[in-house]
Every structure is written in structure tokens, then in C-alpha cells.
Design a binder for this molecule. Structure first.
Ligand code: HEC
Ligand code: HEC
Length: 307
């Protein structure tokens, strides 16, 4: 009996120790180095549009000031409020440097070294190149300062503890610029970069595991438990073709918000079109459609066709 007790205590201690190591051992990701990278405001503004920054960081429902903080974003973990990211020195990010901006977007780290919640889509934005980040920073520096304090997140126990995100990052996050798939065309790769990265089609339209990580292998197969309790439809080629969608229909819908049956997108997809995709070039919309229509859901898995 005593032996079992001792053994159990030891296992408990060891597990405790490894959990502690898991949570507190620093993740050795190198901050990106920017030497003489000059940002292009116009390119950066276009990227910010493609990335949905406006949709989350502006409170559309109350007609709130642009980028000065978002409305409530309800998730299974609680309610998040996207911060003020105008150049206001106290309420916004007016005192930030390019390095702070890069650490936030590509490493999910705040200027004081805290972890951000992945609802701020750094697992997507880490795919942006250094030039992309520098361009976006140049654009954000031109946003006028707006005083607006955003409410604190209202999260369920234990999700208010940011240190727990270290474990989340170990499991589900990798700092990695987009790597092209050399078997596929340039257009497909541009679409894959946008859809899996900044435009985050794949993030919304794929199922998640109970910890909110992407359920790989089922990309674009829909999410029953989307943000704000929405059911997000599957948009694999398999699902879309069954409903009569073509590549042309996707491009048209992303541009205008109208589906082939004449209905308008509702809910968060309406917001995606209003705040993001209607600003994209035809070339980029075609690239996204090319990528989406290359993903098949077959034998219970998502795969790239003709690879
Ligand atoms: C899906 C919603 C969503 C999108 C899209 C989004 N953000 Fe955020 N963002 C958030 C939330 C929520 C937080 C707060 C995260 C936290 O507290 O850990 C945040 C935090 C931030 C912060 C940290 C601000 C601070 O005061 O610490 C910056 C900077 C930021 N976002 C910039 C951007 C940029 C730039 C884009 C577009 C490239 C973007 N965000 C897209 C939801 C979003
Ligand atoms: C914030 C989450 C979110 C993001 C990001 C998002 N979608 Fe959607 N999408 C939705 C929701 C919710 C619907 C259902 C809307 C409706 O039926 O009114 C939808 C519907 C669609 C449909 C129609 C499917 C059908 O069968 O009716 C297509 C096509 C689509 N999205 C493509 C995309 C593409 C391409 C992207 C990336 C550029 C994207 N979505 C990004 C949430 C999102």
C-alpha cells in the first residue's frame, strides 16, 4: 500500500514537474530581424484589408471608429474584445516599434513578453514575410489616433491565465513564413498563402479540436461551433460543387456578397466581404478560388486534388 502511495506521489510530482516545464520553459523562437526594410504604405494597407484586421478591430454594430476596438467576440472560451490598434499612445499602439508589431503578429507576443490569445490570428499572420510586416506597419502608422478604451476580455476559468497559452503554443503554433508547394502553380500558391494565412478562410471554415487548435486533415470541411455560435459551412470543392458553385461564383460572391442562388451572405461572412474581400484584386480572388476548388474531402480527409 505504502509503495503504491509512494509511486503515485512520485508520478504526481514528476507529472507536476513536466507540466510546469511545459508551461514555464521559454519557447525559443527568434524575433525577426529587420535591417533597412522600408515599408510600402499602399501595399501594407492592401494586406491589412486582406487580413481582416478591420473586421475584428472595428465595432461595426455600434458604428465605432475604424480600428479603435472591436465589439464582443463570443467563443467557447468566453468573450474577447479586440483592442484599439490606432496610433493613440495610451489606448492604442502609438508607442510601438516595428519589432513590437512583428512580435505580436508573427510570434503572438506582447511588448511586455506576454502571450496573446490565438483569436488574434498570429498562427495565420506568421506566414507573412518580413517585407509584408514592414509594409503593414508603415500603413498602421498612418492611422489617426483615436481615444477609446476597450473592455477587458470576459473569459471562463482557467482561460484568463495567459501563461497557459505557452502550452497551447507548443501544441498548435509554429513560427513559419509561408513555404510554396513547388508541385503547384504560382496562382495556386498565392491562393493557398491568402486562404491559409492572412485571409484566414481555412481558419474559419475548418473544424477545431476542444482546445481551439485547427483539426488538420479536415481543412475547409466546415465548423459546427464557429465564433458567436455560428455554424460555418464546408467549402471544399466536394461540398461547393455539390451545391452548384463554380470558381467564377466564388470570385463573384467574395466581391459582391451575393451567392449563386441570389441570396446575400449573412453573419460573419457578410462582414468578411464588407471589410476584406471586396477590396481584393481579381487576380487574388481568382487565386483564392483556385485554391479552394483544389481541396477535396474524400474518405473522411481533406486532400489537394491533382497533386
Ligand atoms: C478574428 C479577430 C481578429 C483579427 C482578424 C485580427 N485581430 Fe488583432 N486582436 C484580436 C484580439 C481578440 C486581440 C486581443 C488578444 C489578446 O488579448 O491576447 C488582438 C490583439 C491585437 C494586437 C495587440 C494589441 C495590444 O494592445 O496588445 C495587435 C497589434 C493586433 N491585434 C493587430 C492586428 C492586425 C494588424 C490584424 C490584421 C493583420 C489583426 N489584429 C487581426 C482580434 C483580431
Ligand atoms: C469569420 C469567419 C469566416 C471567414 C474568415 C470566412 N468565412 Fe466564408 N463563411 C462563413 C460563414 C459563417 C458562412 C455562411 C454564411 C451564409 O450562409 O450566409 C460562410 C460562407 C461561405 C461560402 C458559401 C458556402 C455555401 O455553401 O453557401 C463560401 C464560398 C465562403 N464562405 C468562402 C470563403 C472564403 C473563400 C474565405 C476566405 C477569403 C472565407 N469564406 C472566409 C464564415 C467565414
Amino acid at each position: 500500500m505504502k509503495k503504491i502511495f509512494l509511486g503515485a506521489t512520485l508520478v504526481g510530482l514528476l507529472t507536476g514537474a513536466s507540466v510546469a516545464t511545459y508551461l514555464f520553459w521559454p519557447i525559443e523562437t527568434q524575433a525577426r530581424v529587420f535591417s533597412n526594410t522600408k515599408g510600402n504604405v499602399q501595399r501594407g494597407a492592401y494586406l491589412a484589408r486582406s487580413s481582416g484586421c478591420f473586421a475584428c478591430h472595428t465595432d461595426e454594430k455600434t458604428n465605432g471608429p475604424v480600428l479603435a476596438g472591436g465589439g464582443p467576440l463570443k467563443t467557447p472560451f468566453g468573450t474577447f474584445y479586440a483592442p484599439n490598434i490606432t496610433t493613440h499612445p495610451e489606448d492604442g499602439i502609438g508607442k510601438w516599434s516595428l519589432a513590437d508589431f512583428s512580435n505580436a503578429l508573427t510570434h503572438g507576443k506582447s511588448p511586455t513578453g506576454e502571450n496573446y490569445y490565438p483569436v488574434f490570428l498570429y498562427p495565420n499572420y506568421t506566414k507573412l514575410s518580413n517585407q509584408d510586416i514592414a509594409d503593414m506597419w508603415a500603413a498602421f502608422k498612418t492611422v489617426p489616433p483615436v481615444a477609446n478604451k476597450v473592455p477587458e476580455h470576459d473569459l471562463k476559468f482557467p482561460f484568463q491565465y495567459r501563461f497557459l497559452l505557452t502550452a497551447w503554443k507548443r501544441l498548435f503554433f509554429e513560427h513559419k513564413v509561408y513555404e510554396p508547394n513547388l508541385k503547384m502553380s504560382k496562382e495556386w500558391n498565392r491562393g493557398a498563402f491568402l486562404a491559409t494565412g492572412p485571409a484566414h478562410c481555412v481558419t474559419c471554415h475548418s473544424p477545431k479540436n476542444p482546445l481551439g487548435g485547427l483539426d488538420y486533415g479536415h481543412e475547409l470541411n466546415g465548423d459546427e461551433n464557429g465564433p458567436n455560435g455560428e455554424k460555418i459551412p464546408a467549402i471544399t470543392a466536394t461540398a461547393l460543387s455539390k451545391n452548384g458553385w463554380t470558381k467564377k461564383d466564388i470570385v463573384f460572391a467574395l466581391k459582391t456578397g451575393s451567392k449563386p442562388d441570389g441570396d446575400a451572405f449573412g453573419s460573419s461572412m457578410g462582414e468578411v466581404v464588407r471589410e476584406s474581400t471586396r477590396f481584393l484584386t481579381d487576380a487574388d480572388l481568382n487565386a483564392i478560388a483556385e485554391y479552394v476548388m483544389s481541396i477535396e474531402h474524400k474518405d473522411g480527409r481533406s486532400i489537394v486534388k491533382n497533386q
